[in-house]
Design a protein around this ligand. Sequence first.
Ligand SMILES: Nc1ncnc2c1ncn2[C@@H]1O[C@H](COP(=O)(O)OP(=O)(O)O)[C@@H](O)[C@H]1O
Ligand SMILES: [Mg+2]
Length: 363
Amino acid sequence: MQDQRFSELRLAGIGRTFGAQAALRDLSLTIRGGEFIALLGPSGCGKSTALNCLAGLLPLTTGSIWLDDRRIDGLPPERRGFGMVFQNYALFPHMTVRDNIAFGLKMRKVPKSELLRRVDDVMRLVRLEDHAGKLPPQLSGGQQQRVAIARAIVYEPPVVLMDEPLSNLDAQLRLAMRTEIRRLHQTLHLTTIYVTHDQVEALSMADRLVVLREGIVQQVGTPDEVYGDPANRYVAGFMGYRNMLELDVARVTGTEAVVTGQGVRFTGRAFGQLETTRAVAAIRPEDIVVEAAGPNQVQVIAEVVEYHGHEMLVEARLPGGDPLFFRTEKRLAPGDATTVSVPTDRVLVYPADTPAALVEEVA
Ligand SMILES: Nc1ncnc2c1ncn2[C@@H]1O[C@H](COP(=O)(O)OP(=O)(O)O)[C@@H](O)[C@H]1O
Ligand SMILES: [Mg+2]
């Protein structure tokens, strides 16, 4: 997978504390040349801290950072030379689009003819060629963010760092820019680390995801791995497994677990150390099948039905009274009884108690 034309970035146990608080703990990861990595987690989990440590804006408390064979964590930001894109664009308001983009090349004393060629190329790439002479305040939010991206990639930095670059844009523009950034990456293959709290964004853009919680890595994997096989119930919750049924463990046989309670008996896949008697069965609303014979059947009563275009999101009651959320194209009304089933490989059974490492007092 390593593309020799691009830099590999290796993080060896990096950590950062603020006073008594560990904002980032022991992150080890090798980011391959040309890879697009998403750092994903809720607000406050340490994403920006990690990114700022990579950029050189924050010193590390522990660990080291390597760019190919060179240790770089002692270098100031300008000597790392990473491209950076922030939420708030951070453009020079008094400089034209062209001058904003050319700035990094001027600082690097790139010859005039090459500078002009590169700026033209990148302006075309981010579709700003018609706005070259405008000032940032004359541009829309999406256009400003395209200038910021152009400025970050124009000198082909070894690594591009992006911190929630789309979060100031409205929903429609966010979708368009997501595709745009993905297209840029497919064209240029720059090693990219992209911070977001939006799992859909991370899943749709990244080659691999790093899921963080309270400064601690929960899972590193491809979108398929993190979406299909969340490492723990926390990652599952973040990945849209909205049903988290607290049930009793009846049996665990290898990777198969049987859980009961709430009037159900579900067979699913066992994750983690399931020696406890209580478990959480995590199920995505879209994995539940309505009115069809199948495994893990249960009769439920629809309670709230939300219109979501071609399907409905239904909140129903299990026989035991707990809610069960599912999506269906069937037209159900509140009060309707229906039978649902769930494929056994789409019932993920996790220990009910939070792993000790996650509740441990932050030192
Ligand atoms: N400069 C700072 N001084 C003190 N605490 C900080 C500082 N920067 C971040 N933190 C704390 O570190 C934790 C992680 O913050 P941050 O990396 O900004 O999270 P995220 O980007 O995931 O929202 C938070 O609890 C935050 O309050
Ligand atoms: Mg942040």
